[in-house]
Design a protein around this ligand. Structure first.
Ligand code: BG6
Length: 535
């Protein structure tokens, strides 16, 4: 397959390309929660990949802070074990790995105690002398309840003060709040200590290449944007289907549920990327302002437009699995939803009347995160004797994961003496055009923090606007007990009520599958069922 490598013109230059130009300044990365899963599975592997890509500054240091009493040596050994499991055949790139481990220091400490921060201050000051590592990135890879207290302690210890051109930044992981009021409270707490441009609120969906590509698809191509509105688009479907259950996160998930876990953050980021107006530049604030405006235009979601579900036992990918209520740390009569489907209305000039249907769930039939844009039917005078529902719709599918790519479906005449129309697809798969890049999805995010580009991070107002949009539904679900859980079998496509949500509007969900084979345009329709046109 030919590789297309046209350099982007200056005008079309994306933030990502612009980022590629610079090398981060020397810095120290302080990881709170250094012994945790996030550090092991995502942060350190991402750093390793950044070393391989030569994207870290030579003068770089890592301080890992956690409660566990262990030496730097022991910490780095445990990370080595983890990295071995992530690299093909356990073969580590020894020079990249030792580059990183040589720069690591472990500090056993309780980050709820003030002395931890005075100790850290001294450690950072010691490092600063010979190496001039005055820039510090604090990564809060800890449970949500520690976010506010750690930021406060950093403030008390003077660690967030920026002086002599040196920067101090803080990465805050998800979940940012549990509802609107807790998100506001957390924003207020951290903004007492930090200015907004020092805060990097992570939504890891924005670290995915395919998600970043949405802006390039929309704004670096001339062919899509003229069609990108209510005149041409019938509706949008966004699906984030998972085959995994809650795994060992029952305790967390019981308090969270699918709505809070996925919707105001990950799915709304996708809604915003699809729906936003073009920003005047790829500057972080220009992009984030447009995204926030879009989220502000979401109608309050009524309970009539929302379906919740919980999985029972079933078979997923050939394996028998138990229902949610039997998972560890889950109440046997739990009312926590593991599935949610929503119909969103967006009240603005571009999208009025175009529903955005969202669904996400655990233990579904396949893992697939994708967005489908279904265009309006062509005016069909020409095909007036053909049942219009049998004319294939034009659908643009953005496959975000796992089979990254994009396809466009359209109608074509079947070869033959009669005019028979069938659906065909043009498919672009990332793997056909680009060399696979080893990634855990955090590389760009960490790199961007180091160079001070906040485009892919959530701003305080965006987080609050998103919570505001779902708060009414959260409250209404809390008031109305569920009576029908579990209401979908593990391994299915979700509850039947979710199908009715679309059926009411005369629409259907596209099947959840990992890949749409070529020409499967109307996956609900066999290709032999081509629409026959009578002239
Ligand atoms: C996390 C949620 O934020 O995103 C998880 O807490 C979910 O429940 C995960 O499984 C999905 O992310 P990804 O990248 O695997 O699609």
């Amino acid at each position: 397959m030919a590789t297309v490598t046209a350099p982007l013109s200056k005008g079309a230059e994306t933030a990502a390309k612009a980022r590629g130009a610079g090398q981060p300044q020397s810095a120290t990365l302080v990881i709170f929660g250094a012994g945790g899963d996030l550090t092991k599975r995502l942060v350190v592997p991402a750093l390793y990949h950044l070393v391989q890509a030569r994207k870290l500054p030579d003068r770089f240091a890592i301080i890992g802070v956690d409660r566990r009493d262990q030496t730097t040596e022991q910490w780095s050994q445990s990370l080595t074990k983890m990295i071995q499991t992530l690299t093909p055949a356990g073969r580590i790139d020894a020079s990249a790995w030792s580059w990183l481990t040589d720069r690591m220091h472990y500090m056993p400490a309780d980050f709820t105690q003030a002395e931890t921060f005075t100790h850290l201050e001294k450690l950072l000051a010691r490092q600063r002398e010979p190496n001039n590592l005055a820039n510090v990135l604090f990564y809060l890879a800890v449970a949500e309840r520690f976010f506010g207290p750690i930021v406060e302690q950093l403030g008390h210890a003077g660690l967030t003060q920026q002086s002599d051109g040196a920067w101090r930044r803080v990465i805050i992981e998800k979940p940012f709040g549990h509802d609107l009021s807790s998100a506001k409270a957390l924003n207020a707490q951290v903004l007492k200590v930090l200015s907004e441009d020092q805060i990097y609120r992570i939504d890891h969906f924005l670290g995915k290449e395919t998600v970043q590509n949405i802006l390039v698809l929309r704004f670096a191509n001339g062919i899509f944007e003229p069609l990108w509105n209510r005149d041409h688009i019938d509706h949008v479907q966004i699906t984030a289907a998972e085959t995994i259950g809650v795994e060992d996160r029952g305790g967390f998930y019981e308090q969270t549920g699918a709505l809070r876990d996925m919707v105001p953050n990950h799915l709304f980021q996708l809604v915003a990327m699809i729906g936003m107006e073009p920003p005047i530049s790829f500057d972080a604030d220009a992009v984030r302002t447009k995204k926030t405006e879009l989220l502000q235009a979401i109608h309050p979601i009524s309970p009539d437009s929302a379906i919740r579900g919980q999985y029972g036992g079933g078979v997923v990918l050939g394996q028998q699995v138990q229902g949610y209520r039997h998972e560890p740390n889950v109440a046997p009569d739990s009312e926590t939803e593991t599935y949610v489907a929503l119909k969103l209305g967006i009240d603005n000039w571009r999208w009025a009347g175009v529903p955005f249907y969202l669904r996400t769930g655990k233990r579904l039939s396949a893992r697939a995160t994708e967005i489908t844009i279904q265009f309006r039917q062509a005016p069909y005078a020409l095909f007036r004797d053909t049942p219009v529902e049998r004319l294939p719709a034009n659908i643009l599918t953005l496959r975000l994961q796992p089979d990254e790519g994009l396809s466009v479906s359209f109608s074509a005449k079947r070869p033959g003496t009669e005019i028979e129309i069938d659906g065909v697809a043009m498919d672009f798969a990332y793997r056909d055009y680009f060399e696979p890049v080893a990634t855990v999805g955090y590389e760009t995010l960490i790199y961007d923090c180091l160079i001070g580009d906040a485009t892919l991070f959530q701003r305080a107002d965006t987080v609050e606007v998103a919570w505001r949009a779902v708060q009414g539904l959260i409250d209404s679900w809390a008031r109305d007990p569920v009576t029908d859980f579990p209401n979908y079998a593990a391994g299915s496509a979700g509850p039947a009520a979710a199908d009715r949500l679309l059926a009411r509007d005369g629409r259907v969900w596209l099947p959840i599958r990992t890949h749409y084979p070529h020409a499967a345009i109307r996956p609900d329709r066999a290709s032999s069922d081509a629409a026959k046109v009578t002239q």
